[in-house]
Design a protein. Structure first.
Length: 272
């Protein structure tokens, strides 16, 4: 029996990358999954975002582990859409026990207007996190058996390294810092209900959000940026499973008294 047997996890950004990895890892531990993703493009994002086939692959992976999954197309910027997604998932799988606010964009290198890029990244990476919790936590509260929430921040939520003054980069760093503020206030709000809230802070992860032509062009045109973003351990990128393993622990009973913490999974980046 897995550590999360009988639990239901609500995960955003679940079509690919870290989100898919989290869905599969939690399913391995026995959880059923409500998988939410935009499966569409945002104009200011310079790399291809997820498509329906990506979400289908997540569904197939979870079902191959003999777990149930409800996959829903929704934009985390749209609170009403997330509320509807949570209701549909709960109706099919039961109340939510775990929330992973994972969806995010990194439009560094975008050719879009600075102001629009700033707005888009803050709306997805900060407002989207808030909307995710607001949509899914009522089910958790109503169940009355506690729960665990993990918000995905970044090393850029603990550091200002790598800033270049553009809307995309500044907005990304500001949003990821804001996620820490949300985590701390949610941890205080939800502790009396035995609901734990933490953040994870990955360094660069080998996903389509990081490994793409636009990001490479951005780094090539900002030669000092690469040095500023280097890890302490001799590894350029970590893998999605490295974050998923940390999250699987955070949401399990093994971490039952861990709340309000910022957990780096960063190959030593923040220790520099």
């Amino acid at each position: 029996m897995g550590r999360l047997e009988g639990k239901v996890a609500f995960i955003t950004g679940a079509a690919r990358g870290q989100g898919r990895s989290h869905a599969l890892r939690l399913a391995q531990e026995g959880a059923d999954i409500i998988a939410v993703d935009i499966v569409g493009q945002i104009d200011s994002v310079p790399y291809p975002m997820s498509v329906p086939a990506d979400l289908d692959e997540t569904v197939a992976g979870v079902e191959a582990l003999d777990r149930r999954i409800v996959a829903i197309r929704a934009d985390v910027r749209d609170l009403d859409a997330l509320v509807a997604a949570a209701k549909k998932g709960v109706a099919e799988l039961g109340p939510v026990d775990i929330i992973l606010a994972n969806a995010g964009i990194a439009p560094q290198g975008t050719k879009a207007d600075n102001a629009q890029a700033f707005r888009d990244v803050v709306e997805v990476n900060l407002f989207g996190v808030h909307n995710t919790v607001m949509a899914a936590v009522p089910s958790m509260i109503e169940k009355g058996q506690g729960g665990a929430i993990v918000l995905t921040s970044s090393t850029q939520g603990l550091s200002g390294a790598g800033g270049d003054g553009t809307g995309a980069t500044s907005g990304y760093t500001a949003a990821k810092h804001g996620v820490v503020g949300l985590m701390r206030t949610y941890a205080n709000w939800l502790a009396p209900k035995s609901i734990r809230v933490n953040t994870v802070h990955p360094t660069g992860v080998n996903t389509p959000m990081v490994v793409n032509d636009a990001m490479q062009e951005f780094l090539n045109s900002n030669p000092g940026m690469g040095a500023a973003l280097q890890n302490l351990l001799p590894v350029e990128l970590i893998q999605p499973i490295d974050i998923s393993n940390a999250i699987a622990w955070l949401v399990s009973d093994e971490a039952r008294y861990v709340t309000g913490v910022t957990l780096p999974v960063d190959a030593g980046f923040t220790a520099k």
